[in-house]
Design a protein around this ligand. Structure first.
Ligand code: ZN
Length: 200
């Protein structure tokens, strides 16, 4: 596989926070997927790059790195990711999404805080006082997708083994790749090679 993990962890092709979060297991559909958020520090680094937490919260959250609650958050993060995959698969197939225990999880969330400007975009005003806060912007993004037209526009990359999700915002819903530069090019090369081999 040709995608460098550090680069993959900085590529946001999903178009929504929760889908980019779902895409933090690279080469999801292969026998050797690459974990892009193996620990709490990696999750915070991802959140910082994705721009979903205020700087003050990130600074405070980094102090929790070694705590058992931070390790627990990574378990929940990986669980949440599987939930998003399953919801996305249902929606792409035109089925009603199986929410499973997601609603129980949502019921435990506090009400959404106010917003603040962070690097010319808006983030939730979280204070970083507890590691679980790291996942809240992802959960709120997921609810926003589910209650909007986005839910009918989800797609998944057709690149072999990729499995990344996105909101297909093309006018005729024809988006095929997470990125034409990444999977599109790779697939074109792979298919051309397969054709040449078939001919020889
Ligand atoms: Zn792809």
């Amino acid at each position: 596989m040709s995608r460098d993990p550090a680069r993959a962890a900085s590529q946001f092709f999903g178009g929504r926070v929760c889908l980019d979060f779902a895409n933090t297991l690279d080469w999801r559909l292969t026998d050797s997927p690459v974990e892009l958020i193996p620990d709490f520090a990696a999750l915070l680094a991802w959140s910082e790059r994705r721009g979903i937490l205020p700087t003050r919260a990130l600074t405070k959250l980094r102090q929790h790195g070694g705590e058992s609650s931070a390790r627990e958050v990574i378990h929940v993060a990986h669980w949440l990711r599987t939930q998003i995959w399953s919801i996305a698969e249902d929606l792409i197939a035109g089925r009603r999404a199986r929410l499973g225990t997601l609603n129980d999880h949502l019921a435990e969330l506090p009400s959404q805080p106010g917003l603040r400007v962070h690097h010319s975009r808006y983030v939730f005003e979280l204070d970083g006082s507890e590691p679980q806060q790291t996942l809240w912007p992802v959960l709120w993004s997921l609810t926003a997708v589910l209650v909007s037209e986005d839910a009918g526009r989800l797609g998944t990359c057709q690149g072999q083994g990729c499995g990344w999700y996105f909101v297909d915002e093309s006018p005729n819903r024809s988006r095929t790749w997470c990125s034409s530069e990444v999977c599109g090019n790779r697939e074109r090369v792979r298919r051309a090679y397969a054709r040449r081999r078939a001919k020889s």
